[in-house]
Design a protein around this ligand. Structure first.
Ligand code: TTP
Ligand code: MG
Length: 586
């Protein structure tokens, strides 16, 4: 990933076009800022001319009132520039923040729709970095660099023009020192950019590391693996420090080099300019104004080189963001919506692997009639979850078709298909928010009454009322303030509310107490009733009552039939049943 990323890092200016629609919405801000910048630039270009006049006309002519008038005008102009700069700063910040918020929003929405496959390959922490620091790089571009580029070019041209007009000889002297600057601005910037890229790359690794150890904190503390994770973190963090130091060390040369070239040119100007004043080919005012120009000359140069860095960063960010946005969503264009289905499911010769080189499911075919319960059993790693993953269209099969009600699911619109599927996973996904939001997120229009009905059906209503849990009760992250059994039941209630035609249940092996176990069983029976259900079952009753049991081994279907049929066969299923951990089933 890393090498691939750095190979593709070079962005083209064209990549920045992704920003156009976002900036366009606030283009008034942009134009106003440019106008304000032009005003303050013209003033800053003009000010040294005031100095020149002050020296040559008023000071040399002992004209105090004239000097006062000129100084007052200059003072007024300085006030104007300062206000213009403050106002422009605010406008640009607003432009940057607003347009980037919109981009971040789109990126989030887009990311939510990316195929699950995408998330297998990239650590969460890295993705978070994309959504934050890469986007920030673009914000700096919009909020700062664009305007600065336009205006600094203008100022630079203005300064140069006036400097030539004042004294072409002195200008040429100043420019002979340009090579030092070119060196500073190109060589050093390239190095700084490389170092900063490494800092960002390393920061995203640190973030990925942080994310993993925070989300796994219970297990880490449980196993007292804190030290191990701390060591891992230290290594990544130390690398971040080193990358940061490299960037800073290179950067340390940057301003001194620029300052050095400024100081050298000032010295040269004093020496040669001083001589020309003495021999009368220049006035003292020329000399003073010229020195003021040389001082200011470096401002836009600095601005431009900063803008250059921001652009480079933004380019790298834009490329990465574009790559996310260019990742194909699952959807082919113009597919028909999936009509309301009855729930007949057929797998036709499905072959599949997460990595095409490594086949996980071999030529799987089976059919489920509407309303049937299908139990998938088999050793760990056999491919049960993979079958479910395909049915949910999280991945695409390499070969074969999946038909629902006779319709190929890949030839129909994903959204309308997924809406008819209910998923209850081993580890229920509960998020921080109210109980209400957690239950109705599959069916946002559900009323409180319907939610309580569902809670009643899964057998939670009574207990919740007793312990004063309301729909407004806030769940902590992952629902940690509820018991495992309760969490499971809450996720049943959620599935009930969305009333799916096909229900998928990756059953939890969690050890719940007998009372909860009974409740879960009852709730399960109600949940399965009237829907085509696929259960990866570990529970006796679920498997026994299934209409069809499919035994998977190593990605093949080994046996299929009902509980009695399979036991009678004395084959794989019988063996599974006899094995220790399934003993309670048979
Ligand atoms: P699964 O389909 O996850 O096996 P399983 O569900 O039968 O096992 P368990 O009872 O433990 O839940 O895995 C089949 C193979 O696919 C296995 O070799 C791991 C691999 N695999 C991936 O490479 N990526 C994935 O996202 C998943 C789910 C599985
Ligand atoms: Mg599994």
């Amino acid at each position: 990933m890393t090498t691939q990323e750095s190979n593709q890092r070079e962005g083209k200016l064209r990549d920045l076009l992704i920003l156009v629609p976002y900036v366009k919405q606030h283009q008034l801000n942009l134009w106003l800022s440019i106008a304000l910048m032009i005003i303050s630039s013209v003033i800053s270009i003009a000010l040294p001319m005031f100095i020149r006049r002050a020296v040559d006309v008023h000071i040399m002519g002992y004209d105090l009132p004239g000097l006062l008038l000129l100084t007052s005008i200059a003072f007024g102009l300085i006030l104007v520039t300062t206000s213009a700069n403050i106002f422009r700063g605010r406008l640009m910040a607003k432009l940057g923040q607003n347009s980037i918020r919109a981009l971040r929003d789109d990126l989030f929405a887009y990311m939510q729709r990316l195929p699950v496959k995408f998330f297998d390959k990239i650590p969460v922490g890295k993705l978070i970095t994309r959504l934050t620091s890469d986007v920030d790089a673009l914000r700096d571009l919009v909020g700062n660099a664009i305007v600065s580029m336009v205006i600094d070019t203008l100022r630079l041209t203005g300064f140069l023009a006036l400097m030539f007009w004042l004294d072409w000889r002195l200008t040429l002297i100043t420019l002979t020192l340009a090579p030092i600057l070119v060196f500073a601005l190109t060589f050093l910037t390239a190095r700084i950019r490389k170092a900063e890229d490494q800092v960002r790359e390393q920061a995203s690794l640190v973030n990925a590391n942080l994310q993993e150890s925070i989300s796994g904190i219970r297990v880490i503390q449980g196993f007292q693996a804190e030290d191990y994770f701390h060591e891992q973190f230290k290594i990544e963090d130390y690398n971040l420090l080193r990358a940061g130091m490299r960037a800073v060390a290179t950067y340390a040369y940057f301003w001194p080099t620029i300052d050095l070239s400024w100081l050298l040119s000032t010295a040269a100007i004093f020496y040669f300019g001083g001589q020309w004043v003495m021999d009368g080919t220049a006035t003292p005012g020329d000399l003073v104004a010229f020195i003021a120009y040389t001082g200011q000359f470096f401002g836009p140069l600095r601005g431009l080189s900063q803008a250059y860095r921001i652009i480079q960063r933004a380019l790298a960010g834009a490329v990465r963001i574009k790559r996310i946005m260019a990742t194909e969503t699952e959807e082919k264009a113009n597919l028909n919506p999936m009509p309301r289905i009855t729930g007949k499911v057929e797998f036709e010769n499905i072959t599949f692997g997460y990595d095409p080189e490594e086949i996980v499911l071999h030529d799987i075919s089976f059919a489920a009639e509407p309303g049937q319960t299908i139990a998938l059993v088999g050793h760990t790693g056999a491919g049960k979850t993979s079958i479910i993953n395909l049915l949910c269209r999280f991945y695409n099969p390499i070969q074969g078709r999946i038909l629902v009600d006779g319709l190929d699911i890949h030839e129909h619109e994903l959204e309308s298909y997924r809406r008819q599927i209910g998923l209850v996973l081993q580890e229920p996904f509960l998020f921080s928010g109210t109980l209400r939001d957690n239950i109705r997120f599959g069916a946002p229009e559900a009323t409180d009454e319907q939610i309580w009905d569902a809670l009643e059906t899964v057998g939670l209503a009574e207990a919740f009322t007793k312990s004063r849990i309301t729909l407004d009760t806030i769940l902590t992250e992952r629902g940690a303030n509820f018991s495992t059994g309760q969490r499971q039941l809450i996720s049943f209630a959620r599935a009930l509310i969305s009333d799916p035609r096909i229900l998928i249940l990756d059953e939890a092996t969690a050890h719940v107490d007998t009372l909860t176990e009974q409740k879960v069983q009852q709730a399960l029976a109600k949940l399965l009733a009237g829907r085509t259900s696929f259960v990866i079952a570990h529970r006796l009753s679920t498997i026994r009552n299934a209409d069809l049991i499919i035994v998977i081994g190593d990605g093949h279907i080994l046996e299929r039939g009902t509980h009695e049929q399979l036991l009678a066969q004395k084959g794989e299923y019988w063996q599974l049943c006899s094995s220790q951990n399934m003993a309670q089933i048979c």
